[in-house]
Each structure stands twice: as C-alpha cells, then as structure tokens.
Design a protein around this ligand. Sequence first.
Ligand code: SAM
Length: 327
Amino acid sequence: FRSNSYGESRSVEDESTKNALRVAEHYSARSNQTLEEREASPIIHLKKLNNWIKSVLIQLYARRGDSVLDLACGKGGDLIKWDKAKIGYYIGVDIAEGSIKDCRTRYNGDPDQQQRRKKFSFPARLICADCYEARLDKYLRDDAPYDICSCQFALHYSWSTEARARRALATVSALLRPGGTFIGTMPDANVIIKRLREAEGLEFGNSVYWICFDEEYAQKKFKSSNPFGIKYKFHLEDAVDCPEWIVPFNVFKSLAEEYDLELVFVKNSHEFVNEYLKKPEFAELMRRLGALGDGNQDQSTLSQDEWDVAYLYLAFVLRKRGQPPTS
Ligand code: SAM
C-alpha cells in the first residue's frame, strides 16, 4: 500500500468514514421493490439500459467456470447475469447490510415464496464490508486469485480520499490473477464537469435527477490540484440520494497503472450503447430487456431525460498485467 501524495489528515479520514456510513445507510434503507413497483418507476427504462450495459460487459469478459469478485454487489441484481455466463464461483461484498441481506435472499430464494427459483449453478459467499477500507486482499486471499473483478456503479464511492481510492485499486490488483479482468461502470467526470460549467449555479439536472456541488468544493477543489474528495450531492428519482465523488478518469487510469492494471477501454454509456447495439446478439438482448421499447406503439421507451442520465456514466475495462497461467 503506497504512500499518500496529498497528505490527507486524520480529520479527512474521519469525514470519509462518516460519508461512507451515510452512503451505507442510504442503500440499506432502500427495500426490495415488487415487480409492479419496479415497472412503475420513472426511470424503469434507464434501469433496464444499465442492466443491458452490465450484461454486455459480463458476456464480453466472463468465461465458463470463472471465479468472480463483485465489489459493491448491492442486492445481487447481477447474480442472474453471472449465472447465464456459467461462472464457477462468486464473492459479493457490499457496505450496506440491508443490501447484503436482500442479496442473500435472492441467492437462496425467498422461503416465503411458494415457488422457489431455480438454484444458482455456482457457490457464493456474501460479505458485508467497506470495500474501500477493509483489507479484502487479506480476508479474501484464500479464494484468490479471481478471474474477474466487477464494480458496477460504485467505484466513485472510493474517491472521497486518496487512501480509499488506492485501497480499492490495491485490493483489485492483489486479488486478480495475471491477465484477469476488472470491469466497471461509474460516473463520467468529464460530462459532469461540462454540465456544471454550462449551469448557471452549482446545481443542474432534469425531471429525474439533480446534481449539486457545495460552494466549498466548486470554489476550492476545482482550483486545487488534489483530484480526490471532490464531492457533490446526487439525486436520482427512485434510486440514489447521497454524496458522491468526482473520479477524473486520467488520474484513475494513471493510479490503476501503479497497481498493474492497464486500461483496455473506456466508453461513455452513449458510445457503449451505440457501438454494442450494432451486434445482433446484444440488440436481441436489448429487445428482450425492453429498455428501448420494442417498436410496439403501446410500449413506452427510454425518455430523453433518462437518456441524458445515461450520458453521465461510463464503462471501463482494465486488465491485470502479466500472462495468465497456462493450463
Ligand atoms: N453494483 C450493484 C448494481 O450494479 O446493481 C449496486 C450498485 S448501487 C448504485 C451502489 C452500491 O455501492 C450500493 O449497494 C452501496 O451499498 C455500495 N457501496 C457504496 N460504498 C461502498 C463501500 N465503501 N464498500 C462497499 N460497497 C459500497
């Protein structure tokens, strides 16, 4: 674990722990929705689009029998995607106790439901921990190395301090096998900063989201050279309402290289959709998920406001340096 270049103090660490707890409380409090509630969500098509993006990433990189580490796994929304990829083993870690509980129920099947779902074909271990603070490199060493690490819509929660951002990357690097893949999605800092510059004040958004920067961060942080701890408040209808942090992608890329993680690609979600929708198998998956409607006039489709939210995110793939072991 390398030294900290920006001299973060104890009070910065305490503040970041408090923020991590706020994030955990927010996600823990979000209970599982029924199918009807989910379909009535004002961002249902955005949720489906994000599921499609994660499915494409998993289908592109997961191989039969892979050992998978899912950092910030949430309620296990990706379990079925991993099952379809026929992985061999899964470890999910999340800071929110409520989410881990829901994830466990999803994996084991709900005992209150008469019809229990088909069992997942892979064994799983679910752990409640702060992925950006706990020494997962030690705790999860017995099951390492992993073929794939996934961190979906959550890596930006590590960027509150340099120490946490480094811990996240050190963990991924220590647990991935040489040649292993790190896939993820997170906010696209370039788009967020562009939108902030275009905004009249410190806040911008549309009918389904808003982002608000504190005066303190907008004034001080954009002038300082410290790329960590640039906080904003993010609200997304029926999904998110908590502090988040800007992840300047060039800094992320350089820091990842320090931990032997090389960039394979980064694409804004719009670019990702436009590119992979050209492939017939992924177009068919999109049709089945119904994110963009299916051309049927009765079926609603992704709204412009939801499409604008999609533009706030990017997908990335990194590869752990070294040659995979020959079998
Ligand atoms: N990856 C899941 C998915 O795509 O469905 C969940 C994404 S949700 C937007 C963000 C998740 O990050 C939440 O489940 C939250 O509890 C988790 N999270 C935030 N900070 C975390 C931390 N420090 N350690 C572990 N999990 C964290």
